[in-house]
Ligand binder design. Structure first.
Ligand SMILES: O=C(Nc1cc(S(=O)(=O)[N+](=O)[O-])cc([N+](=O)[O-])c1O)Nc1c(F)c(F)c(F)c(F)c1F
Ligand SMILES: [Zn+2]
Length: 257
């Protein structure tokens, strides 16, 4: 099965997922100069009645899942033609003292990257159907840099403690991811893909320019999670679960204000 080690990591994903060599793969490096598109309106995150359900360890990341049976938590505006429903969010991070973001900015990585995964429930009947459509998914990426404690992240790092092993899940209700947003929503946007297998080229990426700040101590709690299950004799710390930037292949990146 795919993972992030030498024998099953990003360099060999193309063997089982040939789209890994496709024309709109993610992540990418965001160059210093990006064309500003004045027609791009602001991105709006309507998460007020959002309904988190649980937090789980799927062996690749720690995922907070939401009830996506109605339009209670959606994003719209920016490059999007429809509202997209929040399905889940998860993180990618590095090892001790090493950066672990997926997207880079002018060649620079951040300590971690938060992905809020949404799907186009106006055009498609299910997430799985949307996930294979070119305009099916919208993922908001938020960079994490290290500094002071993040005042709300402890609710997630405490819950991570409960999902140490692959395949574990625990209740996680009433969490509103609005508390994880930076103060301004200026963004870059481009057409790309999932950054994990099946690497579907179905994602409109919306990357917020302003990182949020979390402490090394809080990031350290991410690394107490394991890639491996409780029954496995090998204990592999979950870290460096990121794919590196992929070829731009002529794609346009647009910048909001
Ligand atoms: O739901 C998915 N979420 C997801 C996306 C990313 S992502 O990094 O690719 N991303 O888009 O943010 C990373 C993780 N993660 O846990 O690390 C995820 O769990 N992936 C996904 C899937 F698992 C499938 F089997 C499938 F058929 C499909 F269509 C999918 F879209
Ligand atoms: Zn992701």
């Amino acid at each position: 099965h795919w993972g992030y080690s030498k024998e099953n990591g990003p360099d060999v994903w193309h063997k089982n997922y040939p789209v890994a060599l496709g024309s709109r793969q993610s992540p990418i490096d965001i160059p210093r100069q990006v064309s500003h598109d004045p027609s791009l309106g602001p991105i709006v995150l309507d998460y007020d009645h959002c309904t988190s359900i649980n937090i789980s360890n799927n062996g690749h990341s720690v995922v907070v899942n939401f009830d996506d049976t109605d339009d209670r938590s959606v994003i719209h505006g920016g490059p999007l033609e429809n509202p997209y429903r929040l399905k889940q969010f998860h993180f990618h991070w590095g090892g001790k003292g090493c950066d672990g973001s997926e997207h880079t900015v002018a060649g620079n990585s951040y300590a971690s990257e938060l992905h809020l995964v949404h799907w186009n429930a106006v055009k498609y009947q299910s997430f799985d159907q949307a996930a294979t459509a070119p305009d099916g998914l919208a993922v908001v990426g938020i960079f994490l840099e290290t500094g002071d404690d993040h005042r709300w992240l402890h609710t997630i790092t405490d819950a991570m403690y409960m999902v140490k092993y692959k395949g574990s899940v625990t209740d996680f209700k009433g969490f509103n991811p609005k508390c994880l947003l930076p103060s301004n929503l200026h963004f870059w946007t481009y057409l790309g893909s999932l950054t994990t297998p099946p690497l579907h080229e179905s994602v409109t990426w919306i990357l917020l320019k302003e990182p949020i700040v979390v402490s090394e101590k809080q990031l350290g709690k991410f690394r107490l999670v394991l890639f491996t299950g409780e029954e496995e004799d090998q204990r592999l710390r979950m870290e460096n679960n990121f794919r590196t930037p992929q070829p731009l292949k002529g794609r346009r990146i647009r910048s909001s204000n």
